[in-house]
Design a protein around this ligand. Structure first.
Ligand SMILES: Nc1ncnc2c1ncn2[C@@H]1O[C@H](COP(=O)(O)OP(=O)(O)OP(=O)(O)O)[C@@H](O)[C@H]1O
Ligand SMILES: [Mg+2]
Length: 188
């Protein structure tokens, strides 16, 4: 992370790792799901790890071993049942809903296992969503979404809902949202 970032709920910038302390630090993370029938599923049992700025880390394991569960916690989409998660030295539990939304927007890039397109909105509106969160004006984000979709040959599909798109077109639509989410020149 080369540019210091500032939280909407805190003006303290995210460090760039210069202090040598980990950017991400998990200590004894547990995540237990309770199913409808009251059965407990222990998806994570005491995961501890440290990730420093600039490190590339792969999390590997067999199907059902808890990779997605761990990634959801790392990306602040889910909370652990117990254990501590420090991001840039700050306990995740100290962030309110707005702070967590800011963190998800500014600090993480997500590539989900499924499409995760919103079926109640059109292809163009789906592509606009990251720009809405980054505060781009309406006209500019509509123009940009249209240009991205047209560049991938989806100009005739912009008003379609995701369920009306082929698998390849839906994938291209997701690609457009990701380009807009994390493009390095995004002037936020
Ligand atoms: N919401 C949930 N409710 C109940 N059990 C869950 C829930 N989410 C995950 N699990 C269970 O937790 C365990 C870990 O699931 P997870 O999706 O994290 O595995 P994974 O390593 O990502 O698997 P895959 O490689 O198949 O994607 C599995 O036993 C799964 O059935
Ligand atoms: Mg998974």
């Amino acid at each position: 992370m080369s540019t210091p970032l500032t939280s909407a709920s805190s003006t303290r910038p995210i460090r760039d790792g210069a202090t040598g302390s980990p950017l991400i630090e998990l200590q004894d993370i547990h995540r237990t799901f309770v199913t409808g029938g009251g059965v407990e599923v222990h998806a994570l049992r005491g995961v501890s790890l440290r990730i420093h700025t600039g490190e590339f880390v792969a999390i590997m394991g067999q199907s059902g071993s808890g990779k997605s569960t761990l990634m959801n916690i790392l990306g602040c989409l889910d909370q652990p049942t117990s254990g501590s998660y420090l991001f840039d030295g700050r306990d995740i539990r100290s962030f309110d809903a707005d702070g967590l939304a800011w963190l998800r927007r500014e600090a993480f890039g997500f590539v989900f296992q499924s499409y995760n397109l919103l079926n109640s909105t059109t292809a163009q509106e789906n592509v606009e969503i990251p720009a809405i969160y980054s505060g781009m004006p309406v006209a500019a984000r509509k123009q940009r979404a249209a240009a991205l979709l047209q560049s991938l040959g989806l100009g005739q599909r912009m008003a379609h809902r995701p369920s009306q798109l082929s698998g390849g077109a839906a994938t291209a639509c997701v690609d457009c949202t990701r380009i807009d989410e994390r493009r390095p020149d995004n002037p936020r």
